[in-house]
Design a protein around this ligand. Structure first.
Ligand SMILES: C[S@@+](CC[C@H](N)C(=O)[O-])C[C@H]1O[C@@H](n2cnc3c(N)ncnc32)[C@H](O)[C@@H]1O
Length: 238
């Protein structure tokens, strides 16, 4: 790896490495034991996503899921007539997702890639969905993340995400962006508030930001008030 910084991309890569050097965490290992008691390992869609679809706030179209993991939301969208591209960097996570889709007889175009390496044609999607990926994106990649969502969406398209509540029960480090680099750690995922999300995604119209509704183990949906659910809309005119 060359260690000379000659471009903005070199700088981002250096910061990626700075954080990775301190981290033992690996998503492939995380998904390799499917029996672990991880709330989002159940094959149930997010309650907020179900609400958007059932109330027809979001109508079927072309969807992109960022950080789809074992695919529960991508599969739900496909079962509800969306054409879905679902991206994750984890081979193990996507292998599991593909098995699930096959079992349920649905088609999802699963793509193994870092989301920042995607080559997306401008204005392709009606919906970009992210459940639990954004809070793992380090602050120096946030501008690229916003550009990716903007580029991917059609004018009038929706962007929805769930992410850790600041200092929430499941995680959500209450640290500043600078502190991430001082400590060289994302502390398991960053926490957000409604105000912070509005600030970060100010280029979009905030349609609704609320806590997810708690769903018990008997429910066919996933929901926990330890996560925020946010729905944004890309302006029709830029
Ligand atoms: C908390 S998991 C959520 C998985 C899935 N969305 C769900 O809710 O069941 C976060 C996922 O984001 C993926 N991820 C994080 N950063 C990524 C990146 N830069 N590119 C692609 N995937 C990424 C991880 O591999 C992991 O599967």
């Amino acid at each position: 790896m060359k260690e000379t910084i000659q471009s903005y991309e070199d700088l981002l890569t250096m910061l990626d490495h700075l954080l990775k050097e301190e981290s033992e965490f690996n998503w492939d290992n995380f998904y390799s034991d499917r029996e672990r008691r991880v709330p989002f390992f159940e094959n149930h869609p997010d309650e907020n996503l179900v609400e958007y679809v059932e109330t027809e706030r979001i109508k079927a179209g072309k969807a992109l899921e960022l950080g789809c993991g074992p695919g529960r939301n991508a599969i739900y969208l496909s079962r509800n007539d969306f054409h879905v591209d679902a991206v994750d960097q984890s081979e193990e996570g996507l292998g599991w997702a593909e098995e699930r889709a096959k079992e349920q007889g649905v088609h999802v175009n699963f793509i193994q890639s870092n989301i920042f390496d995607l080559d997306i044609e401008e204005g392709t999607y009606d919906l970009v969905y992210d459940s639990g990926c954004f809070h793992h994106i380090p602050p120096h990649r946030r501008m690229s993340y916003i550009e990716l969502v903007k580029r991917a969406l059609k004018p009038g398209g929706f962007f929805a995400l769930t992410c850790f509540v600041l200092g929430g029960e499941l995680g959500g480090a209450a640290i500043s962006d600078w502190e991430v680099y001082r400590g060289r750690s994302m502390r398991g995922g960053l926490g957000f508030t409604e105000e912070k999300l509005k600030e970060i995604f100010h280029d979009f119209n905030a349609v609704e930001i609320r806590k997810m509704r708690d769903k018990g183990p008997e429910s066919s949906q996933f929901g926990t008030s330890a996560l925020l659910a946010a729905l944004f809309k890309k302006e029709t005119m830029e």
